[in-house]
Design a protein around this ligand. Structure first.
Ligand code: IMP
Ligand code: MG
Length: 186
């Protein structure tokens, strides 16, 4: 396991993201929608940097990953959605990998009557994009490696790391549940 982004670098990135959102939204009411489960840490940090009328909601998405890094069938659950009629929505996710999750969610939210839907991601792997959608706000472009921490998991683990780390191929082939080595600084 290798450290890719420190907690300090992440905090500076979220400052930049929040500044950009504040600049663009000009104090208008906003509905911030987090994608469960990976976005929970980002949502908590981002919303405390925003001012003005703000509503928070959550949707759930999961792309089943048999071999962990290979995306599979996408499942969405929108039953926790607040009323979006006429609302400006900011959809927030941890990572834009192939982009299929966010592209599907944007289409679904538009059909729920949102006035506008913008997208914000902490991380993007540009080498993996498979959709035309370009996120409106991106914290960090990263190489094509599997990452954990700051909300992102490997097989349910490591969401509570305060930094972003890459998993090495040997970590990915460990049997599920086996302990992984602690992060090493670069
Ligand atoms: P996409 O639909 O391929 O863009 O996949 C997005 C979702 O896959 C994210 O919301 C994450 O839950 C998960 N994901 C993609 N890449 C990683 C990664 O490197 N680490 C952990 N989760 C990932
Ligand atoms: Mg996710």
């Amino acid at each position: 396991m290798r450290q890719l982004l420190t907690a300090e670098e992440l905090a500076a990135g979220i400052d930049r993201l929040a500044d950009a959102v504040r600049r663009d939204c000009g104090g208008r009411p906003l509905t911030l929608l987090g994608v469960l489960t990976g976005s929970i840490v980002l949502v908590a940090d981002l919303l405390r940097r925003l001012e003005g009328p703000l509503e928070v909601g959550m949707v759930w998405a999961s792309s089943y990953r048999g071999a962990v890094t290979q995306p599979g069938r996408l499942a969405l659950r929108l039953d926790l959605l607040p009323d979006l009629t006429g609302r400006d929505v900011l959809l927030v996710d941890d990572i834009f990998d192939t982009g299929r999750t966010l592209a599907a969610l944007v289409a679904a939210l538009r059909s729920h009557g949102a006035a506008s839907v913008k997208t914000l991601v902490l991380l993007r792997k540009p080498a993996r994009t498979e959709v035309a959608l370009v996120p409106d706000y991106v914290g960090f472009d990263i190489p094509d490696a599997f990452v954990v921490g700051y909300g992102l998991d490997y097989d349910g683990a490591w969401r509570n790391l305060p930094e972003i780390c890459t998993l090495e191929p040997a970590d990915l082939s460990s049997p599920p549940g086996s302990p992984l080595p602690l992060p090493q600084a670069e």
